[in-house]
Write a protein of this length. Structure first.
Length: 508
């Protein structure tokens, strides 16, 4: 359901729109000039450049590859031409690539191939041997997550001599913990099957968090249940095959600053991840977000807004997002407490052109999803929802679930917000009735695939979400009042100062 904007009275803006008076103190800013300048044509110009780069670099723009380097060079060139002060923040990260799909074959007692997926950071190799389940698998599954399979060293029976494969159920601890414990117990490969509750039944995909030497694959609950039940009747043997690369590589965040605003010590970080997955060019995920904020940056400068901002705007193009938000995390970790206190807000734009799109807004006040953002995030949410309301456009809340680059910012208390047009989730009948498109189909059926090309974009989504992104950026940059109910602007800086005086260390 679309969030209803808080309202007490209405005023008429010079652009002819009626805007509700917010419970928060953000000024109503006329953003029509910038929104008119930020065009789908301009966004697509950058998208076509990213597609050409991918075409020339084995179909990918993943961090640690020549395609990412070329993408970063393109962004730097455009930003410098627009007049921004640009720097490259280089860091080393654990690169991962899957060279060939995982293979899982049951050899005995029933010869068959089983659909499987390689975990990110899985080791590489071929392991053939008996399949040994942990001693605490829960079948049938309970209503709530309860399996602790593989979470303790004692969960693993001693493997027989030779290579052995551990069969583990999802639940309780991380995949990394399960694989680490299996390796320590003497197993040469790991199969993790989904836990079995609604939403935990399909083919299991995931990440081990850090590079591992053990081949590790995921399978569905149904296939895992079958394997487990077969082991209860007698020996089961299988073959696991993975082909991966795990190695340290360098990549970059691209950071571009406008001149300082009139309010000293306040910066808005407007971010989007620049990298794709290794499997494809990432023209929607996240060429769409990167192209949109690059177009906003260019037009903000061309219209000379950068000379009259209340707050500095920092455009950030993050590296290695697809390997667990590594670029944005590196950036936030690199800041001192005083530098963090200067970040007024973070806007995040990740996937703005999904073909079967919905206008999702991060749920800053937590009224519709499990978790709220830090104080001030509610006001940022209202900037977006009020804008869509003014245009007669519905919007939907989406959770701060840690899946994109706002995560490191909200973890240290920085207000955040942004837009999202949908990924692998399935559009409901209600959403199709409101937004058009096709119910029962993914918002982006090419999510993390080779088909995420220039043909995988919805220009209407780019237009609507691009205008909303421009509106929010300029509103935060020009508003003379702040995010908090009393209109204050320095709440975070004051908290940081008091904490420092008392000798407390802020979270990092």
């Amino acid at each position: 359901m679309r969030k209803i904007a808080l309202a007490a009275t209405s005023i008429v803006l010079s652009v002819g729109l009626f805007w509700p008076t917010q419970a928060f103190a953000i000024d109503n800013v006329n953003t029509k000039k910038l929104r008119k300048a930020v065009t789908v044509s301009g966004i697509l110009q950058h998208e076509r450049a990213f597609q050409r780069i991918a075409n020339n670099n084995d179909g990918t723009r993943a961090s640690g590859t020549p395609g990412y380097t070329a993408s970063a060079n393109y962004v730097v060139k455009k930003l410098r031409k627009a007049g921004y002060k640009v720097k490259r923040q280089t860091f080393t990260f654990p690169f991962f690539d899957e060279l060939a799909p995982a293979e899982l074959s049951e050899l005995t007692p029933n010869a068959r191939d089983i659909e499987s997926a390689t975990f990110t950071y899985s080791g590489s190799g071929t392991v053939e041997g008996p399949v040994i389940p942990t001693n605490d698998i829960v079948i049938p599954p309970t209503a709530a997550s309860s399996s602790t399979s593989g979470c303790e060293a004692s969960d693993f029976p001693a493997p027989p001599s030779g290579d052995a494969i551990a069969l583990i159920q999802r639940g309780t601890c991380t995949f990394e913990d399960k694989v680490t414990n299996a390796r320590a117990a003497g197993y040469e490969a790991v199969i993790i099957f989904n836990e079995g509750q609604p939403g935990r039944q399909e083919l299991l995909e995931g990440t081990l968090g850090t590079p591992q030497s053990t081949p590790a694959i995921g399978i569905s609950f149904a296939d895992g249940q079958t394997l487990y039940e077969e082991t209860q009747d007698g020996p089961v043997t299988a073959r696991v095959v993975t082909s991966t690369v795990n190695e340290d590589r360098e990549t970059q965040n691209i950071i571009a600053d406008s001149p300082n605003g009139k309010i000293k010590g306040q910066t808005i970080v407007v971010g989007a991840h620049l990298d794709s997955v290794t499997a494809g060019p990432g023209i929607n995920d996240n060429g769409s977000g990167s192209s949109t904020i690059l177009e906003i940056a260019e037009q903000l400068a061309a219209l000379k807004y950068t000379k009259k901002l209340q707050r500095q705007v920092r455009f950030a193009f993050w590296g290695a997002e697809e390997l667990n938000l590594l670029g944005s995390q590196y950036y936030v970790d690199s800041l001192t407490d005083a530098q963090r206190a200067k970040i007024y807000a973070n806007l995040n734009f990740d996937m703005l052109g999904s073909p079967n799109y919905v206008r999702f807004v991060y749920d800053g006040d937590g009224s519709d999803t499990p978790d709220a953002g830090p104080p001030g995030s509610d006001a940022i949410e209202d900037i977006f929802t009020n804008y869509f309301d003014s245009k007669g456009l519905a919007s939907e809340p989406t959770a701060f679930d840690g899946r994109s680059d706002y995560g490191p910012f909200i973890a240290v208390g920085i207000p955040a917000g942004g837009l999202f047009s949908g990924a692998e989730g399935i559009k409901t009948a209600e959403e199709a009735a409101t937004y058009g498109g096709t119910a029962g189909v993914a918002y982006d059926k090419c999510y993390h695939q080779a088909c995420d090309t220039i043909n995988n974009l919805n220009s209407k989504a780019l237009s609507e979400l691009g205008d909303a992104a421009a509106h929010a950026t300029l509103t935060l940059a020009l508003s003379k009042t702040g995010l908090y109910p009393d209109g204050s602007r320095h709440a975070q800086a004051k908290v940081t100062s008091k904490a420092a005086k008392k000798g407390f260390k802020l979270a990092s």
